[in-house]
Design a protein around this ligand. Structure first.
Ligand code: 3EB
Length: 335
């Protein structure tokens, strides 16, 4: 089966990564500006989102999402969003403490997201990024669940209550931050993407789970064409083979295994959906979430061996949803 190329959807979406503060790389409509670290300023006149994770070994990593059509900005309940008829980027931020029930908070946030999309032309959720504190602590309300498991349950309940029937789950990242905020930002579009699963990994939505537990509803990767461009959004990827964590207590081996997972996913996308992505050359950037700041130098060495020297990378301090994971990566392909 080949990727559905929608010739009516010629909208451009072109992401430029910048590791310096400087002038805008292009004069085109901006859908969003995402930045990490503290040396960037909120960009006026566009949806400008700061992720509250510490950037290690650098002070700026920013992305400018350019399009070729006029962008409008709007609000819906707690969501701020920017959109054209073909694409929508949104952001929700809610207060979250150690006493918060993650299931109710997540259900509220995702219900607002699905209701927001329902009122627009962009009903297909393609990619989400989710951050909240104390991700593996016990949930305050559901003592048999940790906060990540409670999050997974809330995400399912929002889909059910909003009558979302699709099995094309978005690609996703879920990371623990060190703030008092629950943040989600997301990309949606008027036409669906193509979900890609990894033959080395059990699909997360098929993970074996105990009673009272909900599977994580995300796709390993999602392909979307924008005009002449192909994007491949790779979810947060860890040292998990099948459904088991490998290389416990070995951060270098975990990172190598995670990169093996991403490379296998790209090869599988090419085989199954006839994309022609090069796992190194078409990698626009890689983000590396690191649990322990003292692992940074080891991580940099592995990245130097595995990535092209010119590929931008952001190293971010954050917690994984399993205690035994020390590192997780996410990749963004643009060809
Ligand atoms: C994993 O492979 C690691 O719940 O949306 C990675 C990316 C992970 C997304 C999610 C979870 C999620 O299971 C954890």
């Amino acid at each position: 089966m080949s990727v559905h190329i929608d010739h009516l959807n010629q909208a451009a979406l072109d992401i430029v990564v910048s590791e310096d503060r400087g002038i805008l790389p292009k004069q085109q409509p901006l859908l969003t500006h995402l930045y990490f670290g503290n040396s960037a300023r909120q960009h006026p006149d566009c949806l400008s989102i700061q992720t509250e994770l510490e950037l290690l070994g650098s002070n700026l990593f920013a992305q400018y999402w350019f399009t070729d059509q006029q962008v409008s900005q709007n609000r819906y309940q707690n969501i701020r969003y920017a959109h054209t008829p073909q694409m929508l980027f949104g952001f929700i931020e809610l207060t979250c403490s150690s006493k918060t029930c993650l299931q109710s908070l997540t259900q509220k946030a995702y219900s607002e997201i699905y209701q927001c999309l329902e009122n627009t032309t962009c009903k297909h959720l393609l990619r989400t990024w989710n951050f909240f504190p104390e991700i593996t602590a016990k949930d305050s309300k559901h003592s048999q669940l940790n906060r990540y498991e409670s999050f997974c349950h809330g995400r399912l309940q929002a889909m059910q209550s909003c009558n979302i029937k699709t099995k094309v789950y978005p690609a996703a990242t879920v990371i623990g931050n060190h703030e008092n905020t629950f943040q989600i930002y997301f990309l949606a579009s008027d036409t669906p993407g193509t979900a890609v699963e990894n033959p080395r990994q059990t699909s997360a939505y098929h993970y074996p789970v105990e009673e009272q537990h909900t599977q994580p509803l995300f796709s390993r990767g999602l392909i979307k064409t924008w005009g002449q461009r192909t994007h491949f959004y790779v979810s947060g990827t860890a040292s998990i083979v099948g459904h088991e964590t490998l290389h416990i207590n070995d951060v270098c081996a975990q990172l190598n295994e995670a990169i093996n997972n991403v490379e296998t996913l790209v090869a599988h996308a090419n085989d199954k959906y006839h994309t022609q992505l090069n796992a190194q050359d078409d990698l626009l950037y890689m983000k590396v979430y690191i649990r322990r700041r003292e692992n940074v130098d080891q991580i940099k060495q592995v990245l130097a061996a595995r990535l092209s020297s010119t590929t931008p990378r952001a190293l971010l301090l954050g917690d994984m949803c399993r205690e035994n994971l020390l590192v997780e990566i996410e990749a963004f392909y643009q060809a």
